[in-house]
Design a protein. Structure first.
Length: 312
C-alpha cells in the first residue's frame, strides 16, 4: 500500500463515517479492484464497530503506516460524529485471522441489524463474524418470497436466510450445516427476533451423508444453496456442486424455486446455469439477483452470484 493508496482509503472512510448507515454495511470494498493498491482491503460498519480486514500481508512499513492512519481516523471529527467506539484490524491472510483491537476493549457479544432483523456477531474471535454482508439482497429476496413456504437452507451457517424466511412468513425452514456451533448461533439469531422455533429445524450433518434426512423433511417450495468455495474434507465447489444440483428435482415441490449461489471470483454465473441445465433440466434459469451497490466490482462475474431457478 502506497501513501497515495492510504490517502484514498482515508478519504473513503472519513466520508463514510460522516454519514454512517443505520444498519450494518460495508463501507469500503477494495476487493472490487476499483482502487489501485487497495485490492486486499475491506472495511465494514458494524454499528459502532469499524472492522478493517487485510486479505494479503503488506510490507512491514506499509502495515505500520496503515495502523497510523487508522489511529488518526479514530481521532477525527468524522469518527466522533459516527459514535464509533471500536476499531479492529483483522489479518485475514493469517491462519487464525488474528484481529487487533486498535481502539476499544474486546467485545464478548455484539448485535447488529439488517432490514430490521437482528443478528448476533462474533467480533474479533473468528475469521467470519457471523453474517456475510454481500448477501443482503439475497436475504431480502428470501424474505419477500417465503410466505407460506417450506424452505431448505443448505450450508446454513448462522441461519441468516432462515431468519429472513421466518420473518417473511415461511411455514417451516430446515437448516443444514455440519458446523453445529454455527447452527447454535442460528438459534440465537431466531430468538433475537422472537421467532417460533417450532417452525425451524437444525440438522448438524454433512450434506452428502444426509440426503435421506433432508428428503424426509420435504418436499420444499424453496431451496437455498450457498456453499463455501472450499471446506476441507467435505466440499469443493467445482467438484461437488453438481452433486447437489442433480438432487434438486426430488427435493422440490411441483412449482419449487431454487436460489443457487457462488462467491468465488474465478467462477462466473455460467457455471451454475450450465450445471443446472445438465444436472436438473426441469429447472429453468429465471434471474440473477443484484448485489448491493457497496460491493461494486470491475467485473460483475467476479462478485457474488445469486441465481434464481424455477421448477417447470
Amino acid at each position: 500500500m502506497t501513501p497515495e493508496a492510504l490517502g484514498t482509503l482515508l478519504h473513503h472512510l472519513t466520508t463514510a463515517l460522516s454519514t454512517v448507515p443505520d444498519e450494518a454495511r460495508r463501507l469500503f470494498h477494495g476487493r472490487g479492484r476499483r482502487w489501485e493498491g487497495l485490492e486486499q482491503v475491506t472495511a465494514d460498519w458494524l454499528q459502532g464497530v469499524l472492522l478493517v480486514s487485510l486479505f494479503r500481508e503488506p510490507a512491514a512499513d506499509a502495515l505500520a503506516d496503515l495502523k497510523a492512519m487508522l489511529l488518526a481516523l479514530a481521532n477525527s471529527p468524522a469518527w466522533n460524529q459516527s459514535k464509533a467506539h471500536t476499531l479492529l484490524l483483522q489479518h485475514r491472510y493469517q491462519l487464525d485471522s488474528t484481529t487487533e483491537f486498535l481502539v476499544g476493549d474486546e467485545i464478548e457479544e455484539w448485535h447488529i441489524t439488517e432490514s430490521g432483523l437482528r443478528f448476533k456477531l462474533d467480533i474479533g474471535k473468528k475469521q467470519n463474524s457471523g453474517l456475510f454482508l454481500d448477501m443482503r439482497y439475497g436475504r431480502r429476496w428470501v424474505q419477500q418470497q417465503a410466505s407460506g413456504k417450506r424452505v431448505l437452507n443448505l450450508f446454513a451457517y448462522t441461519c441468516g436466510f432462515s431468519v429472513a424466511a421466518i420473518a417473511g412468513g415461511a411455514e417451516h425452514v430446515v437448516n443444514l450445516d455440519m458446523a453445529r456451533a454455527a447452527l447454535s448461533r442460528g438459534r440465537d439469531n431466531h430468538r433475537l427476533n422472537q421467532h417460533d422455533l417450532g417452525k425451524v429445524s437444525f440438522l448438524g450433518h454433512e450434506l452428502f451423508k444426509s440426503w435421506g434426512k433432508v428428503k424426509k423433511e420435504g418436499p420444499y417450495d424453496l431451496v437455498i444453496i450457498d456453499p463455501p468455495s472450499f471446506q476441507k474434507g467435505s466440499f469443493a465447489l467445482t467438484r461437488d456442486y453438481q452433486k447437489i444440483l442433480r438432487r434438486l428435482p426430488e427435493l422440490l415441490s411441483e412449482n419449487g424455486v431454487v436460489l443457487a449461489c457462488v462467491n468465488d471470483p474465478a467462477i462466473g454465473p455460467d457455471f451454475l446455469i450450465a450445471g443446472m441445465a445438465q444436472e436438473a433440466p426441469s429447472l429453468r434459469f429465471e434471474q440473477r439477483l443484484e448485489n448491493p451497490p457497496e460491493f461494486a466490482d470491475v467485473s460483475s462475474d467476479s462478485g457474488l452470484k445469486a441465481l434464481v431457478f424455477v421448477q417447470g
